[in-house]
Design a protein around this ligand. Sequence first.
Ligand code: UFG
Length: 327
Amino acid sequence: MANKSWKVLVTGGAGYIGSHTVLELLQADFEVVVIDNLSNAYKDDNNIKPECILRIEKLTNKKIVFIQCDITNLNELRDIFKKHKFHSVIHFAALKAVGESCEKPLEYYKTNVCGTLNLLKVMRDFNVKCNCTNPYGKTKYMVEEILKDLCTSNQEWSVISLRYFNPVGAHSSGQIGEDPNGVPNNLMPYIAQVSVGKREILYIYGNDYDTPDGTGVRDYIHITDLAMGHVKAMIYQKIHNSTGFKVFNLGTGKGYSVLEVIQAFEKASGQKIPYKIVERRAGDISASYADASLANKELGWQATKNIGDMCLDTWKWQQNNPNGYKR
Ligand code: UFG
């Protein structure tokens, strides 16, 4: 079947990773329906669609069906599946702040675990068994276990779980990007806000880790590469009629320290990023990077953008949109 008549439901499609994936799906000619509860997306009162969706429509010259809906509402989900016949589902709708999850654990389990269960229930009832997912935090493990059991129970399910490393950057147009609520939790959006003067100084959480310069090392991946990973995974399911539960890492395989990221950002932006070393952050580890060779072998996917591209596109987005999607 041509991509044009392949209808994809994207949950959480108005978020950072969701929106970039929606753009790549449209560019690959898929038909896209987005549901999102707007918990982390900006919508102007005069519009029925969030700002990022309007911008994607403009960039691609294509229309997106947008439905405001919370995945914890089973009846609303059912109504959507009654109205649309989906071929695939890509599931991004989840809460993802590590600190917040310690303060509000029940909200996290409700959205990430119960919400995913609702979605799977409706998919089963409407016989949509092609699913590509990424839940966050501790709930990630639980949901992967649930998906495994589901795939064992019925061979018709085809589920791909994509494990991300550290997604950063923005679409090269500078029109869509990451727009965190409040104080950014993550390194790159924090640096970006310092670069435009929204925050005074970056706090580096520890320089006594067992790494070459003592600061934490992570595998940063450009958001467009990550988005393409989802397109490739879905095309893989579509072409191979694959069944069962599969897991792929999406990363570059290369780690950068906090100090190296600052240096790369300063080079890309021409801005000085003042910083101060403070205590380690609870829960952080010294280094984490991906072996993405399986995604390369099976999905034919590989990261194409380097740390310079990631910083340049972050800078472009932040400069164009110092206040995110709010004009
Ligand atoms: N860091 C700072 N200062 C900051 C923010 C981060 O020094 O203001 C450091 C951290 O200590 C770490 C590195 O920058 O060494 C990266 O931190 P991020 O918060 O950007 O990323 P994490 O690796 O902690 O988080 C990633 C994902 C999260 C996910 C988490 C756990 O970005 O969404 O892994 O899986 F929840």
